[in-house]
Each structure stands twice: as C-alpha cells, then as structure tokens.
Design a binder for this molecule. Structure first.
Ligand SMILES: NC(=O)c1ccc[n+]([C@@H]2O[C@H](COP(=O)([O-])OP(=O)(O)OC[C@H]3O[C@@H](n4cnc5c(N)ncnc54)[C@H](OP(=O)(O)O)[C@@H]3O)[C@@H](O)[C@H]2O)c1
Length: 247
C-alpha cells in the first residue's frame, strides 16, 4: 500500500483523545512516526501507543502541558531525539470556556492565551528551525474565528482568530525554508469538548447545511492532506471543515 507520509516524523499536541487522537492515528496509518503530548489522558495515551505499535507503526507519548513553555519545548526536543528529526508539527491542544464576558477572571484570559495561542508560537519556535524542505506546520484553529453562534465565547474566539493571523504571518516566515504553515478550522465536531448530544447540539445542528456534527476523523483527513506532498502549494490558508456551518 502506498503510504504518503512514509519516513516523516510528526508531533501532535494534545493527541491522546478526541480530534488529536484521530490525527495521530491517521498520520500513523499514512506512514509517519508520530509523537504526541498529553496532560491528563495517560491511559488513553498508553493505549494509543500500543494500538499504533501493534499495527507496525512508531508512536511516542510525551507528558507535556502546553501552558508550560519548557515542557512543550522539551516535547519537541524529545520527538527530534527519538525519531531523528521533525517534519510535521500539529498544534492541536486547546481548551474552550464559555462565560459572560464580565465574569471571566483575567487568570482565565491568560490560561486561554497560554494554551490556545502562545503554545502554538512556542512549538513553532522550537520545531521550525529544525524543519527541512517539505516540512509542515498545521494549526487547529476554529471556525469560531470567523463565525461564532454562542454567547460567552469572547476568549475562545479571540485566541482562534489570533491563530489564523499567526498562521498567515508564519507562512511567510517559514516559506524560505520550504515549510508550509496552515490553519484548519473545524466546525461542530463530536468530541469530549463538544459532544453531539451536548447542550448546544440541537441549537446549532439545524444551522449546519450538511445537517450533522462532524467526526474527528473528518478533521484528521484534512490534516493528512495538508501534511502530504499533494498540498505543496498551500500555505497561510485557513481551511474550514465545518459541514458548511459558516456559509
Ligand atoms: N470539537 C469541536 O467542535 C472543535 C471545533 C473547533 C475547533 N476545535 C479545536 O480542536 C482542538 C481539539 O479539540 P477537541 O474537541 O478534540 O477537544 P477535547 O475533546 O477537549 O480534547 C482536548 C485535547 O487537548 C489536550 N489539552 C488540553 N489542554 C492541554 C494542555 N494544557 N496541554 C496539552 N494538551 C492539552 C487534551 O489532553 P489531555 O486529555 O491529556 O488533558 C486533549 O487531548 C482544539 O484546539 C479545539 O479548540 C474543536
């Protein structure tokens, strides 16, 4: 079978469950050696490593909180040490918080920025200089950056809009070394963060032209495409995977 990512080395932040785990599985199935970070989901991380190794792939779980700059830089370093380099960085780890704007503590503002935005920059600073021609930085933003149907989403929307801007600027910065930087913007995807039977489901489902939540594997499909040589002329883009929810 043709494996488009054979020989590639990848790091996915927040890869033990939900969208991150789907990305880890897909990149491994496409032939990449895949390291991923986790914070709390240790048993899921261990199971995922076993699953990939049993299928003949290479995987490595690294405990690293994206809010901890040194831990995140250490995860990039550990990936490079284990696999002999890094070709694909997927900045997936993220949190969401919905609250009336006047009830957010500024500590929560700092936490959202640290995990959803600053960590993306830190990981690119650590991995970017090590990436060679054909390298890929893939950020997982959100359609909320463009279209937000929820009350109380001010901090999340701010961080994801910033990720879209950061992606455009970094695309220019990394282009001379032949590395692309793109931003994938999921819509309503069935995960622990946003279950399809959760409190927002009925309100938004009708507004999605394709009439359903997306699956984590459908986001992973876009990541796999952007990671592949097929996507060699795409950089600085924000690509929506949202069932048409933002049209
Ligand atoms: N689901 C959606 O509808 C949707 C829509 C648009 C965008 N997104 C974006 O897609 C990404 C993944 O979302 P999801 O739905 O899969 O979320 P999720 O179900 O809540 O899973 C979050 C993942 O991020 C990790 N994570 C959280 N805080 C972290 C930290 N400080 N350091 C390292 N890892 C951390 C978690 O790791 P542990 O479990 O180990 O703690 C977990 O793997 C996020 O960036 C999110 O904003 C999701």
């Amino acid at each position: 079978m043709n494996k488009p990512l054979a020989g590639k080395k990848a790091l996915v932040t927040g890869g033990a469950r939900s969208i991150g785990a789907a990305i880890v599985k897909r990149l491994a199935a496409d032939g990449a050696s895949v390291a991923f970070t986790y914070v709390n989901a240790q048993s899921k991380a261990e199971e995922l490593v076993q699953e990939i190794k049993s299928a003949g792939g290479q995987a490595l779980a690294i405990r690293a909180d994206s809010a901890d700059v040194e831990a995140l830089k250490g995860a990039v370093e550990e990936t490079i040490q284990a696999f002999g380099g890094i070709d694909i960085l997927v900045n997936n780890a993220g949190i969401s918080m919905l609250k009336p704007y006047d009830q957010f503590a500024l500590e929560e503002f700092d936490q959202m920025i640290a995990i959803n935005l600053k960590a993306v920059f830190v990981a690119v600073q650590a991995a970017g200089p090590q990436m060679k021609q054909g390298g890929r930085v893939i950020n997982i933003g959100s359609i909320a950056a463009e279209s937000n149907p929820f009350l109380g989403n001010s901090l999340y929307v701010s961080t994801k809009a910033a990720v879209a801007g950061l992606t455009r600027a970094l695309a220019r910065d990394l282009a001379p070394q032949g590395v692309t930087v793109n931003n994938i913007q999921p819509g309503m995807i069935d995960t622990d963060m946003n279950p399809e039977n959760g409190p927002y489901a009925s309100a938004v489902q009708d507004a999605i032209p394709l009439g359903r939540y997306g699956k984590a594997s459908e986001v992973a499909s876009m990541v796999a495409y952007i990671a592949s040589p097929e996507a060699s002329y795409i950089t600085g883009a924000s690509l929506n995977v949202d069932g048409g929810g933002s049209v």
